[in-house]
Write a new protein. Sequence first.
Length: 289
Amino acid sequence: MAHYNPSVSSPSDEVNLGVSVNPHAKPTDFDFLAVIGKGTFGKVLLAKLKADGKFYAVKVLQKKVILKKKEQKNIMAERNVLLKSLKHPFLVGLHYSFQTAEKLYFVLDYVNGGELFYHLQRERCFSEARARFYTAEVASAIGYLHSLNIVYRDLKPENILLDHQGHVVLTDFGLCKEGIEPEGTTTTFCGTPEYLAPEILRKEPYDRTVDWWCLGAVLYEMLYSLPPFYSRDVSEMYDGILHKPLQLPPGKSQASSHLLYGLLQKDQHRRIGAIADFVSDSLEVFVIV
Ligand code: ADP
Ligand code: MG
């Protein structure tokens, strides 16, 4: 009987992984040590590459689950992202990818400083100086993605990691995110709804400015310890995001208030970043001061 090789599958099952693909790689190259994250499409595992003993974070996605979630479109989006080779100091490095008949594997840098919001939860809120530092690094990464015509869309606490030096590392960019749409304003969303821009809640077409809204939400939470418009009652929170004017508790600098009003602007055409994206003067005000 012919030996079944799981890495060989019919062409229709193959996902084009673009430049990152390593045709020789296979799951048994690794010792999988622990689950470090679980998400919608699969999990992220801490793994040791047997060949060199180095640690990696390996994101494993089930093809079946992706396809079930009407994600043909999604794989295309993912492919488009992976076809570009992304390199930026504040984006997680993708070493290579491979696939078996059932799964896609993305071999990423293992980022070991924890999620930014793990630290925020412990310390409740950050000083303006510290919040400015993280905001600047996230903005720089988002600006880079936008320059490649990639909308991140999913900026939220658990996707912002810190490395061992304390720098920001955005993870989870473009890996199967495009297709996760809100199911309706009264039902649950995939992921946390706190960071969703009004236009996404309204299921309207969105553009890169959604990311600047999310950056505003993250900055707000870093300064004030809860996301803007936060309520335990989700429909009240949606109502706030959609309709209530932003109110900032006093005690912060004018620069940070200016930036928050600009980023958390409900009208995406008037939002900071709508015109010149990352190079917009207003973004620089806070980030450079
Ligand atoms: P999902 O698409 O399911 O949200 P993510 O790529 O965000 O998956 O990964 C899930 C979690 O795994 C993250 O929130 C983070 O805590 C952890 N994680 C992801 N990538 C890495 C990495 N490169 N290094 C360390 N931890 C990671
Ligand atoms: Mg994630």
